[in-house]
Design a protein around this ligand. Structure first.
Ligand code: RRO
Length: 383
């Protein structure tokens, strides 16, 4: 048996895979399904001070090839009071398997610093057991408001003010993708100044400012904010891996890194662990597949760890190797084995390689010649 256990901000999780704030996390019945799955924790939808409906519909889109998704939800949620109410938490945790429980966490995304402070005050004085709060500094969809964590002066000011309040609840930060290494380093340096307060960062939120256009209507698919939306799904995975890797290298060791962005398989989780994530969140895949994705992904992760001879995710975290000729050769050999000796040949949808297809065609021609010969088709008129 391999262990998927990890700790996040010192809190033990039975599996290192849990839900991202956002999809299917807005109410206790959706969250109870996460509780019932192998998700290692439960994270509620980002809350504002009061409940709100979000942006007008349609506000979501999936690409036909399933590689990209977009949303301009605009923070629809039930308000912070709902997410910290004991009845919400009880209904959510009722989903857990009998006799078991798991950490229930909330996310906040105030429209102003004062809103965030008001929500943190409530959480801090709440009798509910909320071990961790995720402060979302990266929502791309509040019309007219920039992404907070791209404005470094604002980021510093927010962290400084929250630190001065000396809240007892542990704090994680949901960060936007940094598309320039220098920007990422600036953000990491600021966060390091508050390492006594920040327990983890979750990288990345959606890539903001994306646009999907419908060739039929010749208009954006999404109605609000001129069609501009946050991009998610497999298309953002490589950006997420790079952010996780660099955050892990540059943040204080006391700050955990949670990987999020395009994860939809056990192999994806494995890659994020290698890059330094202590846990991962699944957003878009959970949105498309439902909470059973946590069972599937955990099972796949167990299989890949077993196949590779690891007994625990702890043996993998941060173990990304530098590129080497030996590693590349090993990878080529594995591919050759997988393709039955025809490495380099492209696989077709049904799994057969171009090489196998060519052999098949040659065989068909030979059979046709033999048949033609047998029935005299090949005889010349003079014979
Ligand atoms: O609700 C949203 O529009 C939303 C949020 Br709060 C977020 O953090 N990221 C995102 O892609 N959408």
């Amino acid at each position: 048996m391999v262990s998927l256990e990890t700790t996040l901000a010192g809190i033990p999780l039975k599996t290192c895979v849990y839900n991202a704030s956002g999809p299917r996390s807005g109410n206790s019945s959706a969250l109870a399904k996460v509780a019932a799955s192998r998700s290692g924790a439960i994270l509620a939808k980002s809350a504002t001070v009061s409940s709100q409906n979000g942006n007008p519909q349609p506000r979501t889109w999936h690409s036909p090839d399933d590689k990209a998704s977009m949303n301009s939800e605009g923070l629809p949620n039930n308000g912070i009071d709902y997410y910290i109410e004991s009845s919400t938490i009880e209904e959510t945790l009722a989903g857990c398997k009998e006799g078991s429980t798991k950490p229930y966490m909330v996310s906040i995304s105030g429209k102003t610093l004062d809103d965030n402070l008001a929500m943190l005050d409530k959480i801090n004085t709440s009798p509910a057991n909320i071990p961790l709060v995720e402060l979302n500094l990266a929502c791309p969809n509040v019309i007219g408001k920039p992404i907070i964590a791209y404005d470094f002066d604002q980021l510093k000011m927010i962290l400084k003010t929250i630190q001065s309040k000396k809240y007892k609840v542990k704090l994680g930060l949901k960060l936007p993708p940094y598309l320039d290494s220098k920007h990422l380093s600036q953000a990491a340096a600021i966060i390091n100044e508050y390492s006594s307060m920040v327990s983890y960062v979750a990288s990345i939120n959606t890539i903001g400012n994306a646009l999907s256009v419908d060739p039929v209507s010749e208009a954006p698919f999404i109605s609000s904010n001129n069609g501009l939306a946050g991009l998610s799904g497999p298309a953002v995975k490589y950006t997420a891996l790079a952010n996780v890797r660099q955050m892990r290298e540059q943040l204080d060791k006391s700050i955990d890194v949670v990987g999020v962005g395009g994860i939809e398989s056990g192999t994806d989780v494995f890659l994020f662990l290698l890059c330094g994530a202590t846990a991962v969140q699944v957003g878009t895949c959970h949105w498309k597949e439902g909470a059973t994705c946590f069972d599937r992904i955990c099972n796949e992760l167990e299989t890949i760890l077993q196949e590779k001879g690891y007994s625990s995710v702890q043996d993998v975290i941060g173990q990304l190797k530098p590129w080497s000729k030996e590693g590349a050769a090993k990878s080529r050999a594995a591919k050759k084995l997988e393709t039955g000796g025809s490495a380099g040949a492209t696989k077709t949808a049904n799994g057969s390689s171009d090489f196998a297809k060519m052999l098949n065609n040659i065989l068909l021609v030979v059979i046709a010649i033999l048949l033609a010969d047998k029935f005299g088709v090949l005889q010349s008129p003079t014979e």
